[in-house]
Design a binder for this molecule. Structure first.
Ligand SMILES: Nc1ncnc2c1ncn2[C@@H]1O[C@H](COP(=O)(O)OP(=O)(O)OP(=O)(O)O)[C@@H](O)[C@H]1O
Length: 370
């Protein structure tokens, strides 16, 4: 997959911008707060209709503006596609080749990206919610139906939680309503859990190989899914459905007392183990960073395996954070097979000698010069 060009209107600090003829490796150089990350973010938003760093679309729209427009032409295995996305307070409008898409999930996946940014360390170190967001974003990119089930699940979850909060005292009316919600929750929840398990199993395969390579064979990385019920290995939908329903009925009294849903994919987590020890608890900062890097590199391979072509790689301010060995390892992974966009404050901060034929862009106060 190859992003040929990008145009932005009222996106972050870009009033009007058109960049043509991107190369295989594109280096965005500039001082802090000039708009380098905003460029990578724009490509990310065109892929997922969401930012990697904020859930508030309003922040993406230029100050004093009502709407932002993003567009790019992407070369894919089966031809070129034109992507357009408009963000405004009324919502999002997405077009592929000029045709408006009824559902955003029909737009997501036309462009695939893998973003690696300093905050990805939080996938290893941070709260379970960050890991679930990581899983949801990554699976959603390659499996649009996952996003549908996620949306439906979240709707049911809100309604079910509202009912639990209203504390009807657990009478028979409530029991009947709960049973209806339970069925809907489990129907969508099971699809989400199954996909997450499959994704983690495949990601584990790539990530552990890559991690071994980066650490010269000294570290064995394992990814372990921590479901809120049942066994991590169970992937049979009928079994999962039964287990989910049983768990919900076991938790009923506790849920009424606490006024919230206590089992389901919204309570799942993912753990990383290095040589048998949990990285979040025992890993050094360096090991946690390498784990995040292995995950991202694994994603590149996984997307390739799933859709038959490589995603676009977005490296935001990360090369300078890696030691020369890891930088080289990373560069060798993407060089000549994955189109890459890299931000850095100065060319001297990265091992530019290893980068072949990089196109260089200078970013200053929302203006870009090549
Ligand atoms: N909605 C917005 N409208 C206008 N400008 C914005 C908006 N959001 C952020 N900015 C501006 O964008 C700039 C930050 O851009 P960006 O995050 O791309 O920085 P950067 O060049 O990657 O810097 P660093 O190297 O520090 O990460 C800031 O000047 C900020 O004021």
């Amino acid at each position: 997959m190859f992003v040929k060009n990008l145009s932005l209107q009222h996106f972050r600090n870009y009033d009007e911008l058109t960049l043509d003829s991107f190369g295989s490796v594109n280096l965005m150089i500039g001082r802090n707060a000039q708009g380098k990350t905003n460029l990578l973010e724009a490509i990310f938003v065109l892929a997922l209709t969401k930012s990697h760093r904020t859930s508030k679309d309003k922040e993406l729209i230029g100050f004093q503006q009502n709407a932002a427009q993003l567009a790019a032409e992407v070369d894919k295995k089966y031809g070129a596609v034109n992507l357009e996305l408009r963000l405004s307070s009324q919502g999002k409008k997405a077009k592929i080749n000029g045709l408006e898409q009824r559902k955003l999930s029909d737009f997501i996946g036309a462009l695939n990206v893998v973003m690696f940014a300093p905050e990805d360390l939080e996938i290893v170190k941070g709260t379970p919610g960050i890991r679930r967001r990581f899983l949801d974003m990554e699976i959603g990119q390659v499996t649009p139906s996952y996003l549908y089930h996620l949306q439906q699940y979240q709707k049911v979850l809100i309604q079910r939680n509202n009912m639990l909060k209203q504390s009807w005292g657990g009478g028979s009316d409530m029991t009947t309503m709960l049973e209806i919600w339970n069925e809907q929750l489990a129907e969508h929840g099971v699809k989400i859990i199954k996909k997450r398990k499959q994704f983690i199993r495949k990601l584990q395969k790539w990530a552990s190989d890559i991690h071994q390579g980066i650490t010269n064979g000294t570290e064995r990385l394992e990814l372990i899914y921590l479901p809120s019920f049942g066994e991590a290995e169970e992937e049979d939908e009928a079994v999962l459905l039964r287990q989910f329903m049983i768990k919900l009925s076991q938790m009923k009294d506790q849920e009424i007392r606490r006024g919230m849903t206590l089992a389901g994919p919204h309570r799942d987590d993912l753990a990383f183990y290095i040589n048998g020890k949990e990285a979040q608890v025992y890993g050094s900062q360096g090991q946690q960073r390498t784990t995040a890097l292995s995950l991202k590199l694994a994603e590149i391979e996984l997307i390739h395996e799933e859709i038959g072509e490589y995603p676009v790689l977005l490296l935001d301010d990360v090369l300078s954070e890696l030691d020369p060995y890891r930088q080289t390892q990373l560069i060798e992974t993407f060089q000549s097979k994955v189109q890459t966009f890299i931000t850095a404050t100065g060319i001297e901060t990265i091992n530019a000698g290893k980068l072949k034929d990089a196109s260089i862009y200078h970013v200053q106060e929302g203006q870009v010069n090549s």
